[in-house]
Design a protein around this ligand. Structure first.
Ligand SMILES: [Zn+2]
Ligand SMILES: [Zn+2]
Length: 288
């Protein structure tokens, strides 16, 4: 078994990130989180945001979803959406299309798509409108559709099978959230797309954070672009992470293809109490 980024931080929580060894990580941790995509856009080897939590829960549905087998896709019962931007939602409709026959044959219930009301409205109006894509909340028939929207609010804790997931605040150009997957000994936290986000650090002050996945979409020389698009650059990341008082294992996500080395060079130069590294597609993270 090859491990990357294995580290025991000051909090004493056992945290590990693995290259894809699902069987091994299943033994070590009650729940695993697979990184299906963590790039800010697409290119060969770069896939946009998506995480598979256990077997049945997807957080965001970027292009990384397309790497799952049809069997794996068919097992997804819940999709938690951070916000309406295309790089996070484009696979929802394609997934619904792919799994329709299998889930119907197995008499599976609709896949529940959990999102803010504003995000649901945007998906209905701009994606599942019969023009960009068919309305899978009414297909294959209105009684047993493939998708069902479910509104969430910040602070809510969703109980989805064996997964407990809290909705966290985010601050982006459209209504947005992050998520915390709550483990017995600590939380795996994903910020979603966000600029500076004081409300997040206020919440995390009373949550034992085992792993933090935080976006840093731009280099520092694109600070103005980060500001206007409500993303982070490394200097802003430093200000944000200074508000997290416990030394934490931090993974950087949402870097644009071709920019990973440049952004991570700037991130590594930051003065911080945390251990920071880049997130990788295919990485499997254990939830303590
Ligand atoms: Zn976005
Ligand atoms: Zn994004």
């Amino acid at each position: 078994m090859r491990r990357i980024g294995l580290r025991r931080p000051a909090s004493g929580l056992s945290i590990a990130a693995f290259l894809p060894t699902p069987a091994a990580s299943r033994q070590a941790f009650p729940m695993q989180i697979r990184v299906l995509g963590c790039s800010g856009s697409i290119a060969a080897g770069s896939r946009t945001t998506s995480f598979l939590v256990g077997d049945h829960v997807l957080i965001d549905a970027g292009t990384g979803v397309g790497d799952l087998t049809l069997d794996e896709l068919s097992r997804i019962d819940h999709i938690l959406v951070t916000h309406s931007h295309l790089d996070h939602v484009l696979a929802i409709g394609l997934l619904a299309d792919s799994v329709t026959r299998r889930r119907r044959a197995a008499q599976r219930p609709p896949i529940r798509v959990h999102a803010l009301t504003a995000t649901i409205d945007a998906l209905r109006q701009h994606v599942f409108n019969g023009i960009i894509w068919p309305d899978f909340t009414r297909l294959p028939d209105v009684v047993n559709p493939m998708l069902q929207f479910s509104a969430i609010t910040v602070g809510q804790v969703l109980e989805l099978g064996s997964a407990r997931i809290e909705v966290l605040p985010a601050s982006h150009t459209v209504p947005a959230v992050g998520y915390a997957v709550l483990g017995a000994a600590g939380a795996w936290v994903f910020t979603g797309d966000t600029g500076p986000n004081a409300a997040l650090w206020q919440r995390l002050a009373s949550l034992p954070v085992a792993t933090l996945v935080i976006e840093t979409a731009f280099r520092d020389d694109e600070h103005a672009l980060a500001d206007v698009s409500r993303h982070l650059c490394p200097s802003q990341l430093a200000v944000e992470l200074a508000q997290l008082t416990t030394p934490t294992q931090v993974y950087i996500t949402h870097i644009k293809p071709g920019e990973v080395d440049a952004v991570m060079t700037e991130v590594r130069a930051l003065s911080t109490r945390h251990h920071i590294q880049a997130l990788h597609t295919g990485q499997v993270m254990g939830l303590p």
